[in-house]
Write a protein that binds this ligand. Structure first.
Ligand SMILES: Cc1cc2nc3c(=O)[nH]c(=O)nc-3n(C[C@H](O)[C@H](O)[C@H](O)COP(=O)(O)O)c2cc1C
Length: 455
């Protein structure tokens, strides 16, 4: 399914008032989310390696809240690294770093599965690192008691928030009435809201679609019910279940939900650029924006939003850095090295594996390798679009059998002499900025065609 990404959001962004920008923060219950940006949960994508990778790619040096002059001399008092009254070089040494990504979420996890699993297996699903806070655990299911129990497990595991998925259109999830299947059964949703609310003290949120189809749009009613049941925030992916990913997200429904409740509303659907993010806030009044597919295609998106927001606040003009080929190279290598570091936690068994322990270790190593390679291939297909010669690199990566081979091919690709020249040229353009960019988001057919397990 090919979608027209060049939608009205871009036009709206151009016509946006200077004040339109993503809020600096929001509070979900007592949890402060700053800035008001959220990495959307994405099954098969947003595991701990990817989440930390994105958080890291989103680091930028916070500008002073009020620069004394628009372009202070480097090193002037009060100046923070990277801030020159404008955006930041993508690889500037930064200090006082903050991440432009305010909140990350786990991939959806089955509440039924979680409540049945052994403690040791649960850990695999609920793994996160300290630097991921604040982090939300997303659950799906349809049984109120099971969801309540699983939410408690997430709370005990130290998550800052717990989220209920009412958006997943996947047949196997909908078949057992989970995900968007529940949108046809508001009384059951109410029971779930009450059960989970009663089970945990951490903030409880819900992410949902507008309804099952156009004759059953329930998002406003559902939002009010969530607020009445004590939920702390809502995230709306402004499409129906039947819509899948077709057409544009209908932001007017985010505005309708925002009008109907007092709890924070997080807008989601089709944000691909900082301009889109600001346009969504302007058009809907939402308290935060959530970004899904744009993140693997452009891991700098959160940093760009932060730069755009900061520069817009300081000067009225939103500007942000755009990555060069060399930045892309560093980014892909960084992500792959992170994946390989995970594999290294399951070392290879040398020699014959003839006792139970060695067999298990061997299995673990092989499964970690397979998983890492699968993720490298998936990421490469999203991330190398737009890189000159990217198709060759994708093919080479797809042919590789081991993680180390993938990294070698990435290295070779980016250090070939012709590419090196090109990259050198890119470096000289490094100050290139997207000023109120009109560059459309690079649409990625492979990402669009990903499995129907999407929310
Ligand atoms: C590969 C993939 C997996 C997804 N998995 C989930 C999920 O586990 N839970 C969920 O609530 N939404 C899931 N979604 C939906 C996204 O969170 C988001 O709502 C959707 O992609 C729209 O936002 P976007 O236009 O910024 O991509 C998934 C989307 C994609 C592309």
């Amino acid at each position: 399914m090919k979608k027209d990404w060049d939608n009205s959001a871009i036009t709206a962004a151009r016509a946006m008032p200077h004040t339109a920008r993503v809020p600096a923060e929001l509070h979900i219950g007592p949890v402060r989310i700053a800035p008001a940006t959220v990495l959307a949960p994405m099954a098969g994508v947003t595991d701990t390696v990817f989440r930390r990778f994105i958080k890291n790619a989103s680091m930028y040096a916070a500008p002073p809240s009020k620069p004394s002059t628009p372009n202070p001399e480097p090193g002037a008092p009060g100046q923070l690294a990277g801030w020159r009254g404008g955006p930041f070089s993508v690889d500037v040494e930064t200090s006082n770093e903050v991440s432009g990504c305010g909140l990350i979420m786990t991939e959806f996890t089955s509440a039924d599965g979680l409540s049945r699993m052994r403690e040791s297996k649960r850990k695999r699903y609920l793994t996160y690192y300290e630097d991921e806070h604040p982090i939300s655990a997303q659950l799906f299911g349809s049984n109120p008691a099971t969801l309540a129990e699983s939410a408690r497990i997430c709370q005990d595991a130290g998550f800052d928030l717990v989220d209920l998925n009412l958006g997943c259109p996947a047949k196997r999830v909908v078949a057992c009435n989970g995900g968007s299947g529940l949108l046809r059964d508001l009384p059951r949703i109410k029971e779930i809201f009450e059960a989970v609310r009663g089970a945990v003290s951490i903030p409880f949120t819900v992410k949902f679609r507008m309804g099952w189809n156009d004759s059953n749009i329930v998002c406003v009613e559902l939002a009010k019910m969530a607020e009445d049941c004590g939920l702390n925030a809502l995230a709306l992916h402004a499409r129906t279940r039947e819509q899948g990913y077709a057409g544009d997200a209908r932001w007017e429904w985010i505005a309708a939900v925002k009008d109907a409740v007092r709890i924070p509303v997080i807008g989601n659907g089709d944000i691909r650029t900082p301009e889109d993010a600001a346009a969504m806030v302007e058009a809907t009044g939402c308290d935060a924006v959530m970004i899904g597919r744009a993140a693997p295609a452009n891991p700098w998106i959160f940093r760009q939003i932060a730069q755009y927001t900061a520069s817009k606040q300081a000067t009225g003009i939103g500007v942000y850095d755009r990555p060069t080929d060399m930045d892309r190279y560093r980014m892909i290598r960084d992500y792959f090295e992170r994946l390989m570091a995970e594999v290294a936690e399951h070392p290879e068994v040398v020699g014959p594996a003839d006792d139970d322990l060695s067999k298990r270790l061997k299995r673990n190593h092989e499964s970690a390798q397979r998983d890492a390679i699968g993720r490298m291939k998936q990421f490469a297909s999203w991330f190398t679009h737009g890189v000159p010669g990217g198709a060759t690199l994708r093919r080479e990566i797809f042919e590789a059998k081991r993680g180390a081979q993938v990294i070698e091919r990435v290295e070779a690709f980016f250090t070939q002499s012709d590419r090196a020249t090109e990259t050198q040229r890119d470096r000289t353009r490094e100050t290139q900025r997207a000023v109120e960019s009109d560059a459309p988001f690079e649409h990625d057919a492979e990402l669009e065609a990903a499995p129907a397990a999407w929310g």
